[in-house]
Write a protein that binds this ligand. Structure first.
Ligand code: PLP
Length: 397
């Protein structure tokens, strides 16, 4: 009568959502100011002013039927060319409009790309900790996710584990830097080693392995940390980009897929992307938000707020004796659970009204994720609760 697989996905909401819902109930019981909710990755800084200004200008100046009408399925030509120009200027690349396919955010970029690339029997490597939907999108595309755990503490790639996991069935490898859930940025050294490793494997198997770079947090980095632009390191790179976090527009659903000319069979893959977008029912990316993009390229919300939040929390947690993986970007901290069972630690944290997410669903047990895209004063109010939690575990205080 219905698809069991889809039923399972729909019936069991994510742990993150469950905690978020618990938070809503708890806030109603004891007052919102007394609950310290670190569960969701919803940007807390407003979109930069250029967003609203441009939307108003577009509404005032564009013909309504064009502004709100369908664009071509791949996205508006001028919008795609403006993104190409911006990337070429910023990273010294040589893209043009034909390399881009506009999407409804990174989730759409990823699900379309995986559907375009894979066939049943293909494997997709996911580095844990990873965004849980990678597994959902890979399976929905008919591929098999293969999990490779990152090195403990540094959370850089474990190449010995990767060597064990790659097979002639490996079709793609997904990287996400800065990372959700850890905030870790892959170092240039790690990227170079990864690309060298993939080139060697391509040669050994006589077939391409695609590196999918999932980049919703590219611009969210602190202290001058650089995020290598992967198409410059490895020819078979496809970028799945989103403006959700950089422009604080997660509900408006806008992003793109970039298939550079250097990718093996790039023309055919681009067509397969068009086909996958069609099969999945993405008629075109939201038009108003496509037309917004040229004016906003290179802009972000005020990310100094995230840096301030990160520093505030990091200081407290380290002083309390917790271990936190080095978070150079995004707006997440990945904290080592002081007991083996991270879910039990999260339950304990709830006693102090701290809502944290256990790392099991990110494929990397033993940690918890804190989303610090929250009001700074909530963080300040929560510091005594972290201190008390550390004390309950008799950590150094
Ligand atoms: N990839 C990662 C790593 C994410 O954290 C998210 C959202 O949180 C997405 C993809 C999906 O982003 P979007 O809102 O652009 O679909």
């Amino acid at each position: 009568m219905f698809s069991n697989e889809m039923y399972e996905l729909g019936a069991h909401s994510s742990v993150i959502r469950e905690i978020f819902e618990y938070g809503k109930r708890r806030k109603a019981e004891i007052g919102a100011e007394n609950v310290f909710d670190y569960s969701l990755g919803n940007p807390s800084v407003p979109a930069p002013p250029v967003v609203n200004e441009t939307i108003k200008r577009l509404c005032d100046t564009m013909v309504s039927t064009e502004l709100h009408g369908y664009t071509s399925a791949i996205g508006d030509q001028n919008v795609r060319q403006s993104i190409a120009d911006y990337l070429n200027k910023t990273y010294g690349t040589a893209f043009s409009a034909k390399n881009f396919y506009m999407t409804a955010g990174a989730a759409a970029s990823l699900s379309i790309t995986l559907k375009a690339l894979t066939e049943p029997g293909d494997e997709v490597i996911l580095f844990a900790p990873f965004f849980p939907e990678y597994s959902v999108f890979s399976k929905a595309a008919g591929a098999t996710p293969v999990i490779v755990k990152c090195l403990p503490d540094s959370l850089q790639i474990d190449f010995a584990a990767l060597e064990q996991a790659v097979t002639p069935h490996t079709k793609a490898v997904i990287v996400n830097s800065p990372n959700n859930p850890s905030g870790v940025v892959l170092s240039e050294q790690t990227i170079q080693t990864l690309c060298g490793f993939l080139r060697k494997k391509q040669e050994e198997y006589g077939k391409p392995i695609i590196l999918i770079s999932d980049e919703p947090y590219r611009e969210l980095v602190y202290d001058g940390v650089k995020v290598p632009y992967l198409t410059k390191y490895y020819d078979n790179t496809i970028v799945c980009y989103s403006f959700s976090k950089s422009l604080s527009l997660p509900g408006d659903r806008i992003g793109y897929i970039l298939v550079p000319d250097e990718v093996a069979c790039s023309g055919e893959i681009y067509k397969a992307v068009c086909g996958a977008g069609r099969a999945l029912g993405y008629v075109c990316a939201p038009s108003l938000f496509q037309f917004l993009i040229p004016a906003c390229l290179g802009q972000t919300g005020d990310i100094s707020v995230y840096k301030h939040n990160r520093d505030l929390l990091m200081n407290e947690l380290e002083n309390d004796g917790f271990f936190v993986a080095k978070p150079d970007g995004a707006f997440y901290l990945f904290l080592k659970s002081p007991e083996e069972d991270a879910a039990a630690f999260c339950e304990k944290a709830k006693q102090f009204e701290l809502l944290l997410v256990p790392s099991d669903s990110f494929g990397f047990p033993g940690y918890v994720r804190l989303s610090y895209c929250v009001a700074t004063d909530m963080i300040e109010r929560s510091l005594p609760a972290f201190r008390a939690l550390a004390k309950a575990y008799q950590l150094k205080s």
